[in-house]
Design a protein around this ligand. Structure first.
Ligand SMILES: [Zn+2]
Length: 379
């Protein structure tokens, strides 16, 4: 574990699934032939300490790009470009069910000037609480926006009873792409790019890990000050326009938000506060039992859909300590109690389009169970 964390921080090996403290949970690395020799020397493949999951990622990617290059329009059952997602969001906003309001709010801009967008699907009524869902703060985690678009579609369509009942009670805000520059870069240049595309002074390496850049215990643990790593926390707390925009949004709407889900992929985990250490040990939330009970209902409902295994728990304990995270900021500064970071299924960061439907089915069951468990806690 120590050696893996060291490699993650100081080598240029790309970790697709980060090393965690979960016993038996594998880290996944994307390596070139030279790096494979290094890994084999540290974790001999012959002894089973490491194994080759996919000996030819390039071929998989070639096949995928061939398919996606032929796809000319938005397809909810496949991965979509930022441009196509934005057109589709416009279409959702323009075609709203009677009695429902669908409205796009642009709450900031990325460093390259792309708008940060949120589709709000609401109904009239006093003191309605909001459920917020966002994804793609890490641009390579494509299954998250693909899954979330299906949830959005279901709420927007208002055909299924569960979706009708939930919109009768709550407003839904969806921000599908929190890191648009990185997302465009994953389509145009480097499929496994995680960070933003900001230019770092005095470095040849671009990008900041937005999920280490928030103004909450920034830079204290589990973040890198090396701009060339995937966990680079930025030059200062909230140095990035995307971070500032998400912070400002959450401070503005926090009082009316019941729950906020910030979606990642390829972990099969439901994580909650806190991410940081306090006095050298993982900091536990005062309401840990509440968070844990709801996370159990949430993860159990997901597991019961297809029999997959989902870990749930304190983010620091279950994975490793990190700081400057969105989850911690939403809890500590925006005052939102029910903040969860689901890490959707894999495999890896490049699952085929056939992963989208099962990911959506299990996630949607989880969301419904999460809301029900929150309601039960409040009574
Ligand atoms: Zn992520």
């Amino acid at each position: 574990m120590q050696l893996l964390k060291h490699l993650q921080r100081y080598s240029d090996i790309d970790f697709l699934v980060e090393p965690t403290r979960i016993i038996g949970k594998e880290a996944v690395m994307l390596v070139d032939p030279d790096q494979l020799i290094l890994i084999d020397s540290k974790f001999p493949i012959s002894t089973g300490k490491a194994r080759i999951l996919n000996g030819n990622v390039e071929k998989d990617l070639e096949d995928m790009w061939k398919r996606l290059d032929q796809k000319k329009v938005f397809n909810i059952n496949d991965y979509n470009t930022l441009e196509d997602i934005n057109s589709e969001l416009d279409r959702y906003a323009a075609n709203c069910k009677e009695g429902v309001t669908c409205e796009i709010e642009e709450f900031g801009n990325s460093v390259e000037g792309r708008p940060l967008r949120m589709l709000k699907i609401t109904k009239p009524g006093p003191d309605r609480k909001v459920l917020v869902f966002d994804s793609t703060i890490h641009s390579r985690e494509w299954l998250a926006p693909a899954t979330l678009l299906k949830v959005l579609d279901l709420i927007h369509k208002q055909e299924e009873n569960d979706a009708i009942e939930l919109l009768n009670k709550y407003d839904f805000y969806f921000s599908i792409i929190l890191n648009p520059d990185g997302y465009v870069y994953t389509w145009e240049t480097e499929r496994f790019w995680r960070k933003t595309r900001s230019i770092n002074p005095n470095s040849i390496c671009n990008g900041v890990d937005l999920d280490r850049n928030f103004d909450i215990k920034w830079g204290t643990v589990g973040a890198s000050t090396n701009p060339c790593t995937d966990e680079f926390c930025g030059s200062a707390k909230a140095s990035e326009p995307e971070t500032k925009a998400i912070q400002d949004l959450s401070l503005r709407i926090g009082h009316k938000v019941l729950a906020w889900n910030t979606m990642h992929t390829a972990a099969q985990t439901i994580l909650f506060a806190w991410s940081v250490l306090e006095d050298g040990v993982c900091k536990m939330a005062d309401d840990h039992d509440d968070l844990s009970r709801v996370a159990d209902a949430y993860a159990d409902a997901i597991e019961n859909t297809y029999g997959t295994v989902w870990r749930r728990g304190n983010s620091c304990l279950l994975t490793y300590p990190t700081s400057g995270t969105q989850n911690d900021y939403l809890r500590a500064q925006a005052g939102i109690k029910w903040v969860y970071t689901p890490g959707l299924r894999g495999p890896g960061f490049n699952p085929g389009s056939n992963a989208i439907e099962p990911s959506f089915r299990e996630y949607w069951n989880g969301v419904k169970a999460m809301i029900k468990a929150i309601e039960d806690t409040k009574q």
